[in-house]
Design a protein around this ligand. Structure first.
Ligand SMILES: [Zn+2]
Length: 370
């Protein structure tokens, strides 16, 4: 039984909280802390989808007031990994995290097959590092920085410092913090061109929005409609409803030309054509990695409406010539009437209001219409 466990900082990973426990407890070794935390010193605590959460919480003092569901929602990447998953499948992911292993659920989510997000990440932003020390007295691991494909801080727009995968693997049983000497010595900062930085920033902001559930859960049909609508807006859907594959691949190739040459992007750029086709055709069953959805939203222009909390005057230079960041402005009265009274579908309402389906879906969810 632990005598204490640190309360969570904003957007902190569970791994980070455990690392702070290790430092605050003054344990002689990481192994001793891991045994205290989960009863084993050989288990790997990951930033994304950690397991053994029931066993962990059972070792906490009652006064710590920690609930497994709160940990899953606020200290792991569960909200991101389930963002595009049908609601009925969410419980299966959470059940794995409560249990002894998430290997099966990683396969189920397509993380291992896609080779995206199967790794553990340890990334931090130098500006967040300083701000956290000032505000909290401790630099810590932010969830948003550990998301697949996030190489730039969505708040400060700075390229993140990251430990390489070999170093993470070597230290997989350690409880590190960003200000550990090992992290200072072995973390590197991605070097990107301006265009790569802009693309990475878009992905970081979109990914963070899905993590924070600023974009409410989109059901499978809506997600499909959004991708199709964005493709249609780009002229990638023929009048008979078939996909113009040649034009789609040209659009994807232009997008990939600005992708960073690091981490998950190396995999994404080689497989985005086949994944995009799956997303634009109705496919049942196997889950498709959230980063693929997000990259397609970004590529086809959906991000302009999905990410709505960036003031226009602070907007970065657009990644695409015609792209601009703009706040979400929807006539909610008309949208409500169309959906509730006239029984319009989202696509019909979006067309009538001359807005993207993504925008209509976000507005409808915010207004409690869906
Ligand atoms: Zn930052």
């Amino acid at each position: 039984m632990l005598h204490f466990f640190p309360t969570s900082f904003l957007d902190e990973t569970l791994y980070g909280r455990m690392s702070r426990y290790h430092r605050l407890a003054g344990s002689s070794t990481d192994r001793a802390s891991l045994r205290n935390l989960i009863g084993l010193h050989t288990h790997v605590i990951t930033s994304g989808l950690p397991s053994k959460l029931n066993a962990f919480v059972s070792r906490l003092p009652l006064e710590a007031n920690v609930l497994v569901d709160d940990l899953i929602a606020n200290n792991t990447l569960y909200p991101y990994y389930t963002a595009f998953l049908p609601a009925e499948r969410h419980a299966r992911v959470a059940a794995s995290m409560r249990g002894d292993s998430v290997t099966g659920i990683k396969m189920y989510l397509g993380l291992i097959a896609s080779r995206l997000g199967g790794h553990n990440n340890l990334r931090f932003c130098r500006c967040c590092f300083d701000a956290d020390r000032e505000a909290c007295g401790q630099a810590y691991w932010h969830r948003a920085h550990q998301l697949p494909g996030v190489l730039v801080c969505p708040v400060h727009e700075e390229p993140l410092y990251a430990l390489g995968w070999p170093e993470i693997q070597m230290k997989r049983h350690k409880l590190l913090l960003p200000d550990d000497a090992f992290c200072a010595q072995h973390s590197g900062q991605a070097v990107m061109s301006q265009a790569q930085h802009e693309l990475a920033l878009s992905i970081a902001r979109l990914s963070d929005a899905f993590l924070r559930r600023d974009v409410p859960g989109l059901d499978a049909q809506t997600v499909y409609d959004v991708h199709r609508s964005n493709a249609a807006c780009r002229g990638l859907i023929r009048s008979n409803g078939r996909i113009n594959i040649e034009a789609l691949n040209q659009t994807l190739a232009s997008y990939c030309a600005n992708m960073p040459t690091y981490g998950e992007y190396l995999i994404l750029r080689t497989r985005i054509e086949s994944w995009a086709l799956k997303l634009l055709r109705k496919s049942r069953g196997r889950a498709i990695h959230p980063m693929t959805h997000i990259a397609l939203l970004d590529c086809l222009g959906g991000r302009r409406e999905v990410t709505t909390d960036k003031p226009e005057e602070d907007a970065p230079a657009p990644a695409h010539p015609e792209a601009t960041w703009k706040p979400l402005r929807v006539d909610l009265g008309r949208l409500t009437e169309m959906i509730s009274v006239q029984k319009f579908t989202l696509s019909q309402a979006a067309a009538a209001l001359d807005i993207c389906v993504t925008t209509a879906a976000v507005a409808a969810n915010r207004a409690g219409l869906r």
